[in-house]
Design a protein around this ligand. Sequence first.
Ligand code: PMP
Length: 354
Amino acid sequence: MLIHNFSAGPSILAPSVLDQSAAAIREFAGMGLSILEVSHRSAQFEAVVEETQSLIRELTGLDHSYDVLLLQGGASTQFFQIPHNFLGTMAAYTKTGTWASEAIKEAKGYGEVRVLASSEDRNFSYIPKGYQIPEEADYFHCTSNNTIFGTQMKSFPDCPVPLICDMSSDIFSRSLDFNKFDFIYAGAQKNMGPAGVTAVMLKKSMYERKVKGRHIPTMLDYEVHAKKGSMHNTPPVFAILVSMLNLRWVKENGGVAGMEKRNKEKSELLYNAIDKSSWFKGTAAVEDRSPMNACFVFQDENPDAEKKFENACAEAGISGIKGHRSVGGYRASMYNALPLESVQALVSVIETFA
Ligand code: PMP
C-alpha cells in the first residue's frame, strides 16, 4: 500500500533521492566502495561537501559574506553553541513554542535573556508582533516555523542587532531575503535531508562578536569549522550525501520558489478542507498558519469520531498525523517532498466527515 508520510520529522524524502542514496550505500562515485566505508578526506567526498555547501548558497542566494557550515549535534546544539559564542551580557528572544523555549533555557546559562514577546498565554497558537528589539542586545533570536504548534513567521523584524533564526522546519520551503539574517541554522531532518547534519549559515562578521575572554572548545568554534571546510573532525558523511541529493532535487524542481508554490497549493487545500468541515478546526491563528505543519482538532471531544477518523486515515495509508502531546489532535506535516496526492488523500478522509 502507498503510504502518505505526514511525519513531522525525520520526514519524507523524494523517492529518487532515496534510490540514489541506497545505490551509494552499495557503491559511491565509482570507487567500488560504499559511501559508508570511504575516507571523508577522499576527493570524491570532499566534492560532496563542496556541492552541498554551494547548493545551500545557491538556493538561499546568500552572498560571500557568509560561511556555510555542516555541523553535528542537531539544532539543539545550536541552542547552547550560539550563546556560548555570542552571549556576553544580554540577548533578546521571542518565545513562540517548545523549541524557542528550549533555546531560551539554554541561553540562560550564559547571561541575561530578555524575552521580548511570548505566545505562551494561548498555548503558542499565534506569532507575537510589534515588539522592540533593544539595541544593547548581543543578538536577537527567533524561530521561523514552530513545528509543534503549526505557526510561521511571515515577516521578520528590522533588527538593530544580529538577527539569528532557527529555520529547522521551514528552510528551503519558501523564498525569503536570507541575506537579512546574520545567522541561520537548521537541523536537516525536515526539508534538507536526514537527521545527523545541521546547516549553519553565518556572516563572517559574527566571528568578531565572539565573547572576549570566554574559552570556546574547538568543536563549538564556528570559525574553526569554517576554516576547516566543515572537516575539522569526521563529518556525518551519509547525512551530507543524502542532503546533497535532496538539495539537487529541490533545485531541479524550481528551487525555493518552486517549493513555495507547491507548498502553498498543498497547505491551502488542507486548510480549506479543515475550515469547511463541521467536525474539525485548526488550532493556529489563521494569519500565522504554517504551510509546513497544519494542526487541527475535533471541534468537540468525541472519542468515537476520533477512532473512526483514525481508522479511516490508517485505511487510506495516511501516516504520522498524530498531534504532539502539547496540542493534541492531529498535525499534518507537508514538507517539500510530500506530493499533492498525499494531501488529496487526507482531504478526502476529512471530507467524509463533512
Ligand atoms: N527547532 C525546531 C524548529 C525543530 O522543529 C526542532 C526539531 N523538531 C528542533 C529545533 C530540534 O532539532 P534537533 O532534533 O535537530 O536538535
